[in-house]
Ligand binder design. Sequence first.
Ligand code: ADP
Length: 471
Amino acid sequence: MKVLFAAAEAYPLAKVGGLGDVAGSLPKALRSLGHDVRIALPRYGMIRSTKEDLGAFPVRIGGTTQEAHLLTSSIDGVPVYLVDKPDLYDRPKVYEYEDDGQRFGFFCKALLDLLPAADFWPDVIHCNDWHSALTPAFLRTLYAGDERYRAIRTAFTIHNLQHQGLFGRDLFEWTGLPADSWGPEGVEFYGQLNFMKAGIVYADLVNAVSPTYAKEIRTKECGFGLEGLLGSRSSKLSGILNGIDYDVWNPARDAQIPHTYTKSTIDRKAKDKHALQKEAGLPADPKAPLLGMVSRITEQKGLDILLPALPRILELRAQAVILGTGEKKYEDLLAELSKGADNLVAYLKYDEALAHRIYAGSDFFLMPSRFEPCGLGQMISLRYGTVPIVRATGGLVDTVTDVTQDPKKGNGFVFSDYAPEALLDATRRAVEFYRGRRGWKALRQRAMASDFSWNNSAAQYARWYERSRGA
Ligand code: ADP
């Protein structure tokens, strides 16, 4: 199977969040199953090292033909095509520019126009989130008459339905999509162009990043207005759980943590905790339960319940280290809370290496998400024997089992209500369990034994691609 894997991010070339992790690791896992998977990305400012220049290629959009360059790179042996168009992409950040509609609209079109230059004709183009979601619409309409493109199928993965890529009608006209694709059955969403909707409507297959999220997005609560459409496409909507890269996230060999350990040498983890306490300027008390959090600081991640709960959590004689960036109002509140506290440290920045040290050095990992399509933080923390405290939503339901409910299989602490009291209650249970010591080591070892590598999920993706042939 030949697959072009299109995304706005792919670790380590460009990463903002979980999408980057997935795009950096799933293609590698699929290649190890024998599939010819190649990644396509815009060439952003932070991508400095490239391999080959495959030359200029024309991209027809905006009523004109523009020129882009096709460069190559690689991620762990996976070939990467980079769409080089400096006026759009040679900037320090991946997203959040005024012209993101043009930037990613161009990328969606370039994904099809680069194929002759790459001389790569995939069986499937796998698009991910709104940034590559117009490609199926282009393929089905503007390329329908082109013999070279006829056999290509499209698969579309929803990583987060909250961000849909909504733009005005002028952008729709700029894309050059045919006039009859503007309407409720096409790419229009209440008078706007909706990239995400285009992916759902035009792709041959659609999935979401966990089985629970695939169900939740058909409800009003999590559907962000697309629940009706998704409900009507139930037959082509599946859920495949993400995995994490077990080479990148491996406490036995992680070069970014001070002390490596395995399931059988888990006692060494205490040294990572000590090092993290020192680094963060926290009292180096081995008995104080240490809560870690590595997350975007946004409403989605549960900041509305975390912030009111935090002072009371700290009264449990716990310590907390939080790493993240995001919405200013939450960042300011966190900074405020941590200022006077000797047991709370908030690092308001993006820092991969520190993230590794927090995953390794913490006893618990906080993930009180309002909604969570899959979530990687809980999988990474499990891998490091750091017990997750999560809200029962989306992929967190599919990966974390409450140990109070199921003492034999439980690998974390789970609560349901989106309320500070519910988070506090779960944290209290966690801290009591920790202080009780009975079963604590076994719980951590069980956490480490959970398998969220790509082994299972990559095989499911391969079967999913196969299904597109019949679509
Ligand atoms: P999302 O994609 O919604 O942000 P996920 O849990 O799926 O959430 O993935 C988040 C990824 O980004 C994890 O690998 C996490 O460790 C990483 N991450 C988030 N914030 C930071 C940060 N400030 N510094 C380093 N890594 C971060």
